[in-house]
Write a protein that binds this ligand. Structure first.
Ligand SMILES: Nc1ncnc2c1ncn2[C@@H]1O[C@H](COP(=O)(O)OP(=O)(O)OP(=O)(O)O)[C@@H](O)[C@H]1O
Ligand SMILES: [Mg+2]
Length: 302
């Protein structure tokens, strides 16, 4: 955790303890007890729900074997927003993110309970084609994971299986455009036929970002996408996020609170598998309501 990144503390704000399920009086007028659209109460402070959500998660519990990693998380992701997810290591950010495009399906011991909808449709319903789902809800992983294929093939793979290019010229255009938007094209334009795995860690991550955006997903889930990038590449990826949010929705996990503050409109704070507080990013960083949120953003965690 980057302790030096505290964004300021919230003085003189009534706080609640971790176990207290009532929200305290808030500057933004949060109701005493949050209720979701179905009228059920839940204990996350702030505003986890939005009108006309692009994605909605309700009562999500995730288990790895007997071990519960996430408990009763309910959260909406609005259209065209960047939602930042922050919290200490091991608090379940990646687990929650993976539940949003069923990436947890491929972890044998993993079980997901609850309901997640995309444009109102249950993504865990039987008929859901997970390949199509992951084209609509793309993901950039915490560790870069290029396919053992050429740089070109890494980016062209998705558009090819989804029939997005009718001919080679169109595919070339998609590949170049995706690599440019991920700020990688200039570095690799003369070696597109070389293996993606031969690139540096930061280049591999940008290749994975290019691969994710090549199929024009509606939602992009980013799990610490910049942790292996230098400040220049990080700034470019943040620019890309601003550009993408015009048409897409982004959920980003980050350990950098400065990054969360720069790129997101809403921020969700996770702790020990629970969603503690969600709100406008500015509010979360200047007037956190929960003691745990304040401890984390001011670097007092642990
Ligand atoms: N494949 C897995 N098998 C078993 N347990 C897992 C697995 N992946 C995660 N966990 C456990 O689930 C909990 C949440 O992990 P997760 O990776 O979601 O945390 P995180 O918030 O993303 O942490 P970090 O910031 O370190 O990436 C942790 O206790 C972790 O050990
Ligand atoms: Mg993680």
């Amino acid at each position: 955790m980057e302790n030096s990144e505290g964004m300021g503390s919230a003085k003189n704000i009534p706080r609640r303890s971790f176990t207290d399920t009532r929200a305290v009086g808030s500057r933004s007028g949060t109701e005493a007890l949050q209720r979701d659209p179905d009228g059920r109460s839940q204990k996350t402070i702030g505003s986890p729900f939005v009108e006309q959500a692009k994605m909605s998660a309700r009562d999500i519990n995730v288990f790895y074997g007997d071990k519960q990693a996430i408990t009763d998380i309910s959260l909406d992701i609005a259209r065209n927003e960047v939602l930042a997810m922050i919290g200490p290591s091991g608090c379940g950010k990646s687990t929650f993110l993976r539940a949003l495009n069923r990436m947890n399906d491929i972890i044998p011991a993993c079980r997901v309970e609850g309901k997640i909808t995309l444009d109102g449709e249950d993504i865990y319903r039987k008929e859901q084609d997970t390949v199509l789902l992951r084209a609509r809800v793309g993901m950039v992983f915490q560790k870069p994971n290029p396919f053992p294929k050429s740089i070109y093939e890494n980016v062209a793979y998705g558009p090819k299986i989804h029939g997005l290019a009718q001919n080679k010229a169109t595919m070339d255009e998609i590949v170049e455009n995706s690599l440019r938007r991920a700020s990688l094209f200039d570095e690799v334009k003369d070696q597109l036929d070389k293996p993606g795995t031969g690139l540096s860690g930061g280049q591999q991550q940008r290749l994975c970002i290019a691969r994710a955006i090549a199929v024009s997903p509606e939602i992009i889930l980013m799990d610490e996408p910049c942790s292996a990038l230098d400040p220049i590449a990080t700034a470019r990826i943040e620019e890309l996020m601003h550009e993408l949010k015009e048409n897409y929705t982004i959920a980003i996990v980050t350990h950098s609170m400065q990054q969360a503050a720069r790129v997101s409109q809403r921020t969700a704070y996770f702790h020990l598998g629970e969603l503690i507080e969600v709100g406008e990013t500015k509010e979360i960083f200047t007037f956190p309501q929960h003691q745990l949120t304040e401890n984390y953003i001011t670097g007092r965690f642990g």
